[in-house]
Ligand binder design. Structure first.
Ligand SMILES: [Zn+2]
Ligand SMILES: [Zn+2]
Length: 417
């Protein structure tokens, strides 16, 4: 009888390695590129489902409250105004910014709603030892949509808006602000406490682990990008993951071409995103447009230095750094560079981590515009630059997703052969 060897392929460098033991606390790291391969959960496995289910139900209730009640109320010159998150989306939609409305809806309402209701659909029956239909397919969708849920960025956007609005009016934080803060913490807890490997094992039919010691010639092993199961793929072909049904490739198809096209598109749109106004303020008959940089300079001049620094980092540094890193990665892979593979892989992980934070500016502009609509006194509108900027954020996120970091290591392997 062959002995079962727990083997995994690193998602960042592709190296096959054996996980001999799980450390008591902490994580198993890749011995070549330092990526996290497995993480020990804070909650013991036997209680993971029940514990996460309680968090999911609470989070769903908070999500409903957060969307029913206003986030902030302002009182300017005797005019009282309040904005709900859905009101912000509606404002964008009514002002012919359907794409931006769709983006704000997806990242703040749609993605958390699909994520939480999907988990409820799976975890509630699993808790009573019953597997609901289509559970693996739905869990796969939940894992994909999670990267588009940006409640922590929205929270920062709300805080920045409060400081900016307090210069114009009296700001009263409303109930949804507190429920959003709680919701953000709960979703972070759900992501860190749920034992994904254990849940996959419970919801998918029993799958025989691959006998890695008896692999046929021409067959290579790689992990499924979605559920992390070790799958066998014949070189040059693709296969379907037996557990979640996602397509498994040895390398993401046309990774360099797709990533290059997305980076070029983002770089082109980055010009109007910075030159066109992201916010248009009409006050006492005078209309002024604020670009991203003029907004930051204005904040710095009026003494809001911490806020100016936050917006400068999120809206100017992050997209620029992302475009530079992605260009560097594409060039070094294209020219088969041997230069510092570990550092380049770390840079790749950085782009994946920081990308979403640029959405802060979009959330701030939307909230301010949805709130300050005092006809004849002051009207704030979202400028066309915000649409271009939103497109830059989405395109750079898609570019980072399209890039396959294992390509960095392929060049190293070819030289060592
Ligand atoms: Zn690795
Ligand atoms: Zn899978």
């Amino acid at each position: 009888m062959t002995q079962f060897v727990p083997v995994t392929s690193c998602h960042d460098c592709g190296l096959l390695q054996q996980i001999s033991h799980m450390p008591e606390d902490g994580a198993v790291k890749c011995c070549r590129c330092d990526a996290t391969l497995r993480k020990r959960q804070r909650v013991e496995p036997a209680k993971s489902i029940e514990h996460t289910l309680a968090l999911v139900i609470t989070a769903l209730v908070l999500l409903v409250i957060s969307n029913v009640y206003p986030i902030i109320q302002v009182d300017a010159e005797g005019h009282e105004m309040a904005a709900t998150l859905f009101g912000c989306v509606k404002y964008l939609f009514n002002n012919e910014m359907e794409l931006l409305a769709g983006l704000v809806f997806l990242t703040t309402i749609g993605a958390p709603l699909i994520q939480l209701s999907g988990l409820l659909y799976i975890l509630l029956p699993v808790n009573f030892n019953w597997i609901p239909p289509f559970a693996p397919q739905l869990y796969r969708l939940v894992r994909i949509i999670t990267s588009w849920s940006m409640l922590e960025v929205l929270m920062l956007g709300i805080l920045v808006s409060i400081v900016k609005l307090s210069a114009l009016s009296t700001v009263v934080p409303s109930i949804a602000l507190w429920t959003f803060a709680l919701l953000m913490i709960l979703i972070a807890a759900i992501l860190s406490d749920l034992d994904t490997e254990m849940l996959w094992e419970q919801i998918s039919p029993k799958i025989k682990p691959i006998d890695v010691q008896n692999i046929k010639q021409g067959i290579q092993l790689t992990n499924c990008h979605n559920c992390n199961l070790l799958c066998s793929v014949s070189a040059g072909h693709e296969t379907c993951c037996p557990r979640c049904n996602a397509v498994v490739h040895l390398r993401k198809p046309n990774s360099l071409t797709r990533c290059t096209a997305l980076v070029i598109a983002a770089a082109v749109l980055y010009i109007p995103a910075n030159l066109l106004p992201v916010m248009v303020v009409t006050s006492l008959g005078k209309t002024e447009g604020d670009t991203i940089i003029s907004g930051v300079i204005y904040l710095a001049k009026t003494g809001d230095m911490p806020l100016a620094i936050i917006l400068f980092i999120a809206s100017i540094c992050v997209p620029t750094i992302k475009l530079i890193i992605l260009t560097l990665l594409l060039m070094t892979v294209h020219f088969k560079s041997q230069w510092r593979p570990i550092e380049r892989t770390r840079l790749y992980r950085l782009t994946e981590f920081i990308g979403r934070w640029s959405m802060v500016d979009i959330f701030v502009d939307t909230l301010m515009a949805a709130l300050i609509q005092i006809q004849g006194l002051m009207v704030i509108e979202v400028g066309i630059g915000a649409v271009a900027f939103g497109a830059v954020v989405v395109l750079t996120m898609l570019a980072a997703m399209a890039f396959d970091p294992r390509l960095i290591w392929d060049n190293m392997e070819k030289v060592n052969e």
